[in-house]
Ligand binder design. Structure first.
Ligand code: 2F8
Ligand code: CA
Length: 126
């Protein structure tokens, strides 16, 4: 039970909103250690739920191939909720966060350098 403290349930998934800040790869490592992974945003309802978590990492990156954005679980990126003008790779930006500017769930993401430290959202499939 203790291992589930701090998790939020939103049907059908569990989310852990980190309090600590880490770079994208270390954030992912922390999620994996919890038996979860960085969040994969599958639809607009899920993005609406996550919208308040400004600057938090999500499980989307184009580290493997510039311009080819991939979810951590290999889910094809069918839904795309980038801010207008993003992703712009402004100075080697290969990891996605929920933008500090986001006010609409359809325009929520920004790409930033993976080396930045941010809070992050883990998702567990229960
Ligand atoms: O205008 C959007 C632009 O804002 C910043 O760059 C000036 C962001 N950079 C960082 O957060 C490091 C860009 O990612 C963003 O595209
Ligand atoms: Ca950007």
């Amino acid at each position: 039970l203790d291992s589930r403290m701090g998790w939020v349930y939103r049907k059908p998934r569990l989310y852990k909103i980190s309090t600590e800040k880490k770079n994208w790869h270390e954030s992912r490592g922390s999620c994996l250690k919890l038996g979860a992974d960085l969040v994969v945003v599958n639809d607009i309802d899920e993005q609406t739920f996550l919208l308040p978590y400004k600057t938090f990492w999500i499980g989307l990156s184009d580290t493997e191939e510039e311009g080819v954005w991939k979810w951590v679980d290999g889910t094809p990126q069918t839904e795309s909720f980038w801010r207008p003008g993003e992703p712009n790779n402004a100075g080697n930006e290969d990891c996605a966060e929920i933008s500090t500017e986001s006010s609409k769930p359809t325009q929520a993401w920004n790409d930033v350098p993976c080396s930045q430290t941010h809070q992050y959202i883990c998702e567990d499939h229960i």
